[in-house]
Design a protein. Structure first.
Length: 311
């Protein structure tokens, strides 16, 4: 018999993984968001409480990505007039950080309602509803955050039409993440991207994407690092991040395997061979940002292989 209440954690994610714009992403162990969902007698979906958002997120059910995606799922199952739930959303990660904040919240909500209903859908079947939540949040229903948040590990979106998602082998690496306290709205960051690119740049990018995926399957850390280069999107978005190229230089000097922007930024991330190196990289980057007068938050995490989990 399904429970009447469930609390779910869903992880933050790093989208693009430098060269895989809109097609690659991976989940981390921390940070992440939590949803507490409780059945109620009357049908309908309500957001009753949000914490950790500084009042920035809407309580209106049709405007909040968590409740809106739950409504879509209930409608799809034909149970919208039958099921009622109250939702508490607890944000444990910064909004607008480039770490998949909206994706983590949406995925936690979808996982929770699926649990309360007795798991009628698989994680992969939940993905289209999570993508609709992303479209509501940032104007584009891409899957490079929600897919790894749902499936865990490293994920490739081979195609959007039709949707074709592949879970890739994830290396036993640690991730250093630093969120500089500057604002880079996802919608604005996407508008900077060129709509056409020279063939020479496209060929370089294809080689890097193929190299990164090959490195994951071969567990070749050197190939992974060499492939984490982006000639299409990073040069534009780097301008929005304080002293980006110096941060990359410092990360590599401190032992990073590869370095880049997380999603649309402003967070940056680095792969490291172990937790101690990842912690040292995080500290080095935060110290440099502090010297520029920029506050920051740092996270050190292994790659999350599980995705959401019931707490």
């Amino acid at each position: 018999m399904p429970a009447d209440s469930v609390r779910v954690f869903a992880p933050a994610t790093v989208a693009n993984v430098v060269c895989g714009f809109d097609i690659l992403g991976f989940a981390v162990e921390r940070p992440g968001d939590e949803v507490l969902m409780t059945r109620r007698p009357a049908p309908g979906v309500r957001i009753t409480r949000i914490s950790g958002d500084e009042g920035r997120l809407p309580l209106a059910a049709e405007r909040n990505t968590v409740s809106a995606s739950v409504q879509m799922l209930l409608r799809h199952l034909g149970r919208e007039q039958e099921v009622g739930v109250d939702i508490e959303l607890h944000k444990h990660m910064p909004i607008g950080s480039g770490l998949g904040s909206s994706a983590a919240s949406t995925v936690a909500g979808l996982w929770a309602i699926n649990e309360l209903l007795g798991r009628p859908l698989t994680a992969l079947e939940l993905l289209p509803f999570a993508m609709q939540g992303e479209e509501l949040a940032c104007g584009a229903g891409h899957a490079d955050n929600v897919a790894p948040a749902l499936l865990g590990g490293m994920v490739l979106i081979r195609s959007y039409a039709p949707l074709d998602v592949v879970r890739l082998p994830a290396p036993a690496l640690h991730c250093a993440i630093v969120y500089p306290h500057v604002e880079v709205p996802t919608r604005d960051a996407r508008q900077l991207i060129r709509q056409t690119v020279p063939l020479k740049d496209a060929v370089t990018q294809w080689g890097n994407v193929a190299g990164l995926v090959s490195g994951l399957f071969l567990n070749d850390v050197g190939l992974i690092g060499r492939s984490m280069q982006d000639v299409l999107v990073e040069p534009v978005r780097a301008m929005l991040i304080p002293d980006f190229y110096r941060l990359r230089e410092l990360a590599l000097q401190a032992g990073a395997i590869g370095f880049g922007i997380s999603g649309s930024g402003p967070s940056v991330f680095a792969f490291a061979p172990d937790e101690a190196t990842a912690a040292a990289i995080t500290e080095q980057l935060r110290r440099h940002l502090s010297g520029l007068g920029v506050g920051s938050q740092g996270y050190v995490s292994a790659i999350n292989q599980q995705g959401p989990r019931v707490l």
